[in-house]
Design a binder for this molecule. Structure first.
Ligand code: IYR
Length: 224
């Protein structure tokens, strides 16, 4: 067992209250411009941008700091085509019977369907896996904790970092998506959570009006 060792918190920065509010507002003004995009350009993305965004994701807090995630970055046209083919098989089932009408009604304002052209057009797909357990340095397997929560937080960091860098993303969740383990060569101890589609918007990119409507503060938060 590794023992507790403490160090001074040297990375914290404090700001005067007005600057705190202005920084919080600046982040909000930026992140509120983020939209999920389904019309991608095929323009390639600099590798370094993806690498820094992944480094940012890797700083996320996680259960017992076990960092139970793995990101596979896919740019090869052949792999993107395989992923599109497999995803569309699942999606055809989903839209033609598997999904209850209530779910299809909820999706109607977004205009989604079984066609997933963006999986081939977008220059980068990032498959985000959660690790139920991971192999320690001594070869012993250790159980991870709060895996979905940890992966969700890391994914949020990743999406925000990519947005700040000037890229657009789509959180895509073909269901079920077990086929991603085989294509990405990941073990069965890992569960795919999200397929993040990354790139630039197509020139004529359009987004659904209702996707941009967010709940007001009074409905998403209460002060007690
Ligand atoms: N996975 C399907 C359906 C879908 C489900 C939800 I919840 C969405 O927010 C969007 C789509 C698809 O990708 O089309």
């Amino acid at each position: 067992m590794t023992k507790l060792v403490l160090e001074p918190l040297s990375t914290y920065r404090s700001y005067p209250p007005e600057e705190m509010a202005s920084r919080a507002r600046t982040f909000y003004e930026s992140i509120r411009r983020r939209r999920s995009v389904r019309d991608f350009s095929d323009k390639p993305v600099p590798r370094e941008v993806i690498e820094y965004a992944l480094l940012a994701a890797g700083t996320a807090p996680s259960g017992a700091n076990l960092q139970p995630w793995h990101f596979t970055v896919i740019t090869s046209p052949d792999m993107k085509r395989r992923i599109r083919e497999e995803a569309e098989i699942e999606e055809r089932d989903f839209y033609n019977g598997r999904a209850p009408q209530e779910w299809l009604d909820a999706l109607a304002p977004l205009g989604t369907d079984e066609h997933k052209l963006f999986l081939e057009t977008a220059p980068v797909l990032i498959t985000i896996f959660g690790q139920r357990s991971s192999e320690g340095p001594d070869g012993r397997w250790i159980k991870n904790y709060y895996v979905p929560e940890s992966v969700g937080i890391a994914t949020g960091f990743l999406i925000a970092a990519l947005h700040e860098a000037g890229l657009v993303t789509l959180t895509h969740t073909p269901s079920p998506m077990g086929f991603l383990n085989e294509i990405c060569g990941r073990p069965e101890t890992e569960k795919p959570y999200i397929l993040l589609v990354v790139g630039y918007p197509a020139e004529d990119c359009r987004v659904p009006v209702y996707g941009g409507v967010k709940k007001p503060l009074e409905t998403i938060a209460s002060w007690l």
